[in-house]
Ligand binder design. Structure first.
Ligand SMILES: [Zn+2]
Length: 123
C-alpha cells in the first residue's frame, strides 16, 4: 500500500474530475477504473492523465513505471467482450460501459503490458 506515483505523472485525488485539460465532464469515461488490477500485487490501477493530456491508467503500487494507455487497454477489453458475444456490448452507450464491464468481469488483471491481460469473468 501507499506506493509513490511514478515521477512526472499527475495523480488526481479519488473522485476528482477537476483540473485536467480535456476531461469528459461529469461522466467517468475510464471504463476500467474499478477493474484494472495489477497482477503482481492486486491493487487497482488509477485513472490519470499524462502530461500531454492522454488518458492512462497508472500503477500507484509502483510495480511498473509508466502508465497504460487507456484507449488501448479499454479497446482490448471491449474487443474481448465483443468476441465473446456482440450482444453484450451492442447498443451500449459509452457512459454505460463501466457498469457493463463490471457486470461481466470480476477483474481485469494486467502484468507488464497490454499484451499481458488476464480476464476474470463473472459470467
Ligand atoms: Zn502492483
Amino acid at each position: 500500500m501507499g506506493g509513490a506515483a511514478p515521477a512526472g505523472v499527475a495523480v488526481l485525488p479519488e473522485g476528482t474530475e477537476a483540473g485536467h485539460r480535456r476531461g469528459p465532464g461529469p461522466g467517468d469515461r475510464f471504463s476500467l477504473g474499478r477493474l484494472l488490477t495489477c497482477d503482481n500485487c492486486d491493487q487497482l490501477l488509477r485513472p490519470s492523465w499524462d502530461l500531454s493530456g492522454e488518458r492512462q491508467y497508472i500503477f500507484l503500487c509502483g510495480c511498473r513505471r509508466g502508465g497504460i494507455n487507456a484507449d488501448v487497454v479499454e479497446r482490448l477489453v471491449y474487443q474481448r467482450v465483443e468476441a465473446e458475444s456482440v450482444l453484450l456490448v451492442a447498443d451500449v452507450a459509452v457512459e454505460a460501459l463501466p457498469a457493463v464491464f463490471q457486470g461481466i468481469f470480476a477483474a481485469v488483471r494486467i502484468g507488464h503490458s497490454t499484451e499481458d491481460l488476464m480476464f476474470v469473468w463473472r459470467i
